[in-house]
Design a protein around this ligand. Sequence first.
Ligand SMILES: Nc1ncnc2c1ncn2[C@@H]1O[C@H](COP(=O)(O)OP(=O)(O)OP(=O)(O)O)[C@@H](O)[C@H]1O
Length: 218
Amino acid sequence: MDAPLELTGLSGFYNGQRVLGPLSFTVNPGERIALVGSSGAGKSTLIRLIHDRVNDTAALVPQELGLVNALPVFHNVYMARLDQHSALYNLATLIRPFRKDRAEVTGILERLSMGEKLWKPSASLSGGQRQRVAIARALYREADLLLADEPVSALDGPMANLVMTLLQERFSTFVVALHDVELALDHTTRIIGIRNGKIALDAPSRDLTPADIRPLYD
Ligand SMILES: Nc1ncnc2c1ncn2[C@@H]1O[C@H](COP(=O)(O)OP(=O)(O)OP(=O)(O)O)[C@@H](O)[C@H]1O
């Protein structure tokens, strides 16, 4: 991302009821932002609204993952670049993936300790494995902004840390909803706290301790 992303007047509604905003903030290139706040505060709604604004140019890890269960892991990851190839190339890949793509996807999966699952149908995977497939798909997408909604919620501590490190290496700019406050402080440059659909905290991560964030959950 080489220009600031100005997000103004974001509002979220369900059934005519306002659940978020109106709120505004700017995502600056190189910022790694964690959205924190209690369940129902509006984090998922905000991620969705940002995704709508950037018009699919970001890599996305939605909370519900969006995997195609019947397809193998390879194809679920490959899907991130469907729009970069011709229909013919994509059709050929469905039947017999090209060596170059296989190698690249395998490399990403290996970093997530998922290399041996390459040809397994996604339906056969555990929750944490499925989450890593959605993360691999985001890492494979050629985008310079990542939007992710609780991308490590089903992973154990060391794996969650590894994934956050990989995301940080791959995307210089990201907005990630995280309920783990320690993880958020360790891997981001800025914390935005959401409470009742409004921004209740916006500060550099290095200036904050877990105690500063706790009131968002009271
Ligand atoms: N499909 C829906 N229909 C109606 N209301 C919804 C729907 N999805 C979310 N909401 C409401 O919108 C508000 C914000 O929800 P949102 O999912 O954005 O919160 P969140 O902070 O992401 O929560 P969580 O941490 O539990 O994922 C909540 O009050 C929720 O009840």
